[in-house]
Design a protein around this ligand. Structure first.
Ligand SMILES: [Zn+2]
Length: 343
């Protein structure tokens, strides 16, 4: 089996070429990828911001949707023809380490999940089957952006109806957190960003207030609205993490950090914030259990409670992957989607 794939060969250098896939190991599944999302994690890998990369050259991508082509021995979760979500977050099923693909005699590492290719070999536990009539473009974002953004609200912060919540950074994950807060009954819901277009999307996802942090101090602006119970930081900048912590109320306000900072970008904070009874929470991608939580998120979309169209960005072909990464990095698009059927 051969596939076109995006291969990260060095920092800032991706080659699109044909790879040969090895036979399936027990617990692995051959997937025809339909759509892949592009996430800031791949931007960090592409730019070398995650530190030394011992896996080069390697495949990329950790959220997508596809159809099962073939299953390895002992796979019970899916069968050929099933529509599936491809997600980096581990669920039930075999946990099989990555494969090595062949590139004209050279080895290319592929992790337990990679999605920037027409076909991919994926560990059973990174797959979640979905109804076959589910829209596949939306399904791709169920691999990372949607569960991370909804999960950080539903599973990590767990606000109650009527509590106030602010989201700092309105990319794909931040917008999903805003929608999650709206579904959970939070009011007010305050969106903070430095791009007017993202704040516009935030309103569509349920923000009741928007703050342009390039024009006003977000901490002061939030205080004018009222005491803040939860701040969710989804920008990855340590300075913004400080703003999130400073903006929540004393005695019980909680800042949740979800943004990925660049390698060696550290956060120094004033411990007095903690002496005031504020709390900081981390989250493992929204603390999801895919087998339990993804079907719920699918229900929200299927029954019209969650419209994710405002966060779907521009569509790209696989050969335009570097353009997609740079557009995401520069904020020219929301979540880019790689359409594997595009020429
Ligand atoms: Zn991601």
């Amino acid at each position: 089996m051969q596939t076109p794939a995006a291969i990260l060969v060095d920092i800032n250098r991706i080659v699109i070429d044909t790879l040969t896939l090895p036979p399936l190991k027990p617990g692995q599944v051959l997937i025809e990828v339909k759509y892949s999302g592009v996430c800031h994690t791949q931007v960090l890998e592409y730019r070398g911001h995650r530190g030394k990369d011992p896996y080069l050259p390697h495949c990329l991508g950790h959220e997508g949707s596809g159809v099962v082509v073939e299953v390895g021995e002992k796979v019970e979760k899916v069968k050929p023809g099933d529509a599936v979500i491809l997600s980096w977050i581990k669920g039930s099923g075999a946990n099989i380490a990555g494969s090595i693909f062949d590139w004209k005699g050279q080895k290319v590492n592929a992790g337990a999940i990679t999605t920037f290719s027409k076909y991919s070999i994926i560990s059973e536990n990174r797959l979640t089957p979905i109804r076959n009539d589910f829209p596949m473009k939306e399904a791709a974002l169920l691999g990372c952006a949607i569960p991370t953004g909804l999960g950080v609200v539903f599973n990590t912060a767990k606000p109650r109806a009527g509590e106030s919540l602010a989201v700092f950074g309105c990319g794909g994950i931040g917008l999903c957190a805003i929608k999650g807060a709206a579904i959970a009954g939070c009011v007010p819901i305050i969106a903070v960003d430095i791009q007017a277009s993202k704040l516009e999307s935030a309103k569509q996802m349920g923000a009741t207030h928007v703050i342009d942090a390039s024009k006003e101090d977000p901490i002061q602006a939030i205080q004018k609205i009222g005491p803040l119970d939860y701040a969710i930081e989804a920008s990855g900048h340590p300075a913004v993490m400080n703003q999130a912590l400073k903006s929540v109320r004393s005695q019980g306000g909680t800042a949740v950090i979800i943004g990925n900072a660049k390698q060696e970008h550290f956060w120094s904070l004033d411990p007095k914030e903690l002496n005031q009874g504020k709390r900081i929470l981390g989250t493992w991608g929204g603390d999801n259990h895919p087998d339990v939580h993804y079907p719920r998120y699918c229900n929200l979309i299927h029954y019209g409670q969650l419209n994710v169209k405002p966060l779907i960005g521009k569509s790209y072909s696989l050969s335009q992957i570097e353009q997609a990464l740079s557009d995401l990095e520069q904020g020219h698009t929301l979540r880019p989607i790689i359409d594997m059927s595009a020429p």
